[in-house]
Structure formats: C-alpha cells, structure tokens
Write a protein that binds this ligand. Structure first.
Ligand SMILES: *Cc1c(COP(=O)(O)O)cnc(C)c1O
Length: 362
C-alpha cells in the first residue's frame, strides 16, 4: 500500500524524545522555547508561540488579533474545517468567499466583491492551500484599502513562498500545524507567528489559562500548550524541512511530467513566482469515483481534499449558510483528488502511481 501521507522520523527524533523522557520535563521545558525561536526565525517572524495543535493556534491567533463576538471575518469556502471553525470559536461570523479554480485559493476578485457588500468585515483569514500561497500582491492591496486584520492559515504551507517571501510573513499573525500528515510534524502541535509584541503576549497568556502570575487569572484562557516531547521532535524535523520540501517538489514535477498530457486530468498549475511546497498534489478529474476505485484496487492511497464547500457542512447549514452557492468552489469539490507526493515515496512508488493512472486512462 502506498500511503497518501506519512511522517518521516529517524534516530534523531528518537534520541531527543528519550532525553525529554529521562529529564522528567514532559510538559514545560527548554525544547518548547527552542522550537518557538527556531521556527519563527526559519519563517522570518520575530515571535513564535507553540501550541497543542494548529486549530488551537488559529483560535488564539484570532482572539489575540482582537476578533470577538459578532465580528465578521472573511475567509475561503474551500479548506479543512478548522479554519472557519476557529472563527466560530470566537463567536464571530465567517463570510465565505469563492476560490480561483486554477489555484484552489481564495479569489482576490471575490474578496473585493464581498468587502463591497459587507463594509463591516473586520478581518480576512486566508488559507495557503496545498502548499501554494494565495495571490499576495492583490490581497495585500485589499487589506490596506479596507483596513483589515490579516490572519494567515499556513497549516499546509511550511516554507511556501510568494515572490521570495515566506507564507506566514504577510499577516498580523500566522498559524502553522504539525499534525503527522503536514510537511513537518510534532505528533499533534501548532504555532502562531507574529511581528507584534502585543499579539505574542496575548497569545502566550491565552494558551496558558490566562495566567498572569501563578494562580492569578484575569481573562478566560485555555490549556493549549505544546509539550516538551512534541517540541523535541519539532526541533529535529525543522532541520529537514527544506530537504522534505525539495523532495515533494521533485515528486510533483515527476507526476506532472507523466500525467499532464493525459486527456481527462488537469494537473496543478501555478506561476513561476510561487514556490509551491506540495503539501498535497491535487488533480482535477471528471470521473473521480471510478478513478478512486481503480487506485484503491491497486493499493494506492488518495484523498479528497475537500468533498464539499465549508458552507455545505451540516454544521454550517444549521448556521444559516444553506442558501449560499459559490460557483467555482462547487465545481472544484466534485473534481479534486489528491495523489501521494510525500518525501517518503521511492522512485518505484512514483512509477507505480503513474502507471496505474495511465492504465486507467488508456
Ligand atoms: C491541518 C489544518 C489545520 C488544523 O491543524 P491541526 O493541527 O490538525 O489542528 C488548519 N487549517 C488547515 C488548512 C489545515 O490543513
């Protein structure tokens, strides 16, 4: 079986985790600070606050950026549910924008349309989907013009770049996930990055039960801390991130070379100025169900990221989004299927994936 994703762990992670276990410092500890500093510096941000998950980081990022009850936050309709759920956690209201069918990311044109119709939108939460950054020139122009708070969900974009600038350095605050399927992992884990000391301080406080001193709590906080065990894994994983991303790009290049000429498949397309780090390699096909069946029979893992627009999730239907229809996202949800692209694939695996798909289209 060729899996759709798998973490790559070697002796270095094992050694460091054993050190943490022997030290007795399982929760708090020096690796958490080290990981925060090293990850923030790798991306190019001043401050990092490590968290228990990417979702936890999103929640506190929004709170620390000042999002509260009743605020409208504009976001993409095509993502993992965590990005829009974080808005709900703050009792704020997601406003969904449509996507660009070619890049799968939020459409700058539709952002502007929604901003014109909803002058009270306070913030924009963008997701750099599959490892490809959003169209940042246009988005930054709108952020300035409409005076928005910008939050970047980089859970799929560790080291992705737009015109040489890293995802995670554009917004007021940005968020990463280290779930095992992501480009690097800490088991469960996340981090938020910011240039702003006040956002960092509020976030650090919120993830630790809002404690100002020991047993003095002024605001409602959470236990969203990253463990020292997770951080020890993260420190080692970070050293390999560039190499992992290069391998993902090579794998993607191979898949595109082999598959792009097949009638019936549209391979991922992106301009030169983007450094795509291929968290996912997602193609568009018309007969997805049958292709999926064929992949399954040949023991090739795949994923449907994502089968429905966020506003069509039962949870969101109940929240009065059931009348909403955005045409590009509706279209894309029916066609997408992700193939394995992770750095653990061998040349043989890659050839098998390609051959099995060619066989189907013959
Ligand atoms: C994985 C992911 C998250 C959530 O991260 P967790 O660490 O699983 O909580 C949020 N947004 C996107 C786009 C993701 O892919």
């Amino acid at each position: 079986m060729i899996s759709i994703a798998e973490p790559l762990i070697d002796e270095n992670e094992k050694k460091e985790v054993l050190k943490v276990l022997d030290s007795g410092m399982l929760a708090h500890g020096k690796y958490v600070n080290q990981f925060e500093e090293e990850f923030a510096s790798f991306i190019g941000c001043k401050y990092g606050v490590a968290t228990a998950s990417g979702t936890a980081a999103l929640h506190v990022a929004l709170l620390a950026a000042g999002i509260s009850e009743g605020d409208k936050v504009l976001t993409t309709s095509f993502s993992f549910i965590a990005s829009s759920n974080a808005i709900l956690y703050c009792e704020a209201r997601p406003v969904f924008a449509d996507i660009d069918e070619n890049t799968f990311n939020i459409s700058a044109a539709d952002i502007e349309k929604k901003l014109k119709n909803n002058p009270d939108i306070k913030a924009l939460l963008i997701v750099h989907l599959y490892g490809l950054t959003c169209e940042m020139d246009k988005i930054m122009e709108l952020v300035e013009k409409y005076d928005l708070t910008l939050i970047e969900d980089c859970a799929q974009a560790h080291g992705a770049r737009y015109k040489g600038k890293n995802a995670g350095t554009f917004g007021d605050v940005s968020v990463f996930s280290f779930y095992p399927s992501k480009n690097i992992t800490t088991g469960e884990g996340g981090i938020l990055l910011t240039e702003k000391e006040n956002i960092k301080d509020r976030a650090a406080n919120l993830i630790d039960h809002g404690a100002t001193n020991k047993y003095n709590h002024e605001v409602l906080g959470y236990n969203y801390r990253m463990t020292n065990i997770a951080a020890a894994i993260g420190v080692q994983q970070l050293k390999k991130l560039n190499q992992f991303n290069r391998k993902r790009r090579e794998n993607a290049y191979f898949l595109t070379e082999e598959l792009s000429s097949l009638a019936g498949i549209i391979t991922p397309d992106y301009p030169e100025k983007y450094y795509h780090i291929f968290h996912l390699y997602t193609i568009k096909v018309l007969n997805r169900g049958q292709l999926a069946e064929h992949l399954k029979e040949n023991e090739i893992g795949f994923g449907i990221h994502y089968p429905v627009p966020l506003y069509r999730q039962p949870l969101y239907k109940k929240l009065n989004y059931d009348q909403l229809r955005l045409s590009a996202v509706e279209n894309v949800c029916r066609k997408v299927i992700s193939l394995p692209v992770h750095p653990g694939l061998s040349d043989q695996d890659l050839k098998k994936i390609v051959n099995v798909i060619k066989e189907y289209y013959d």
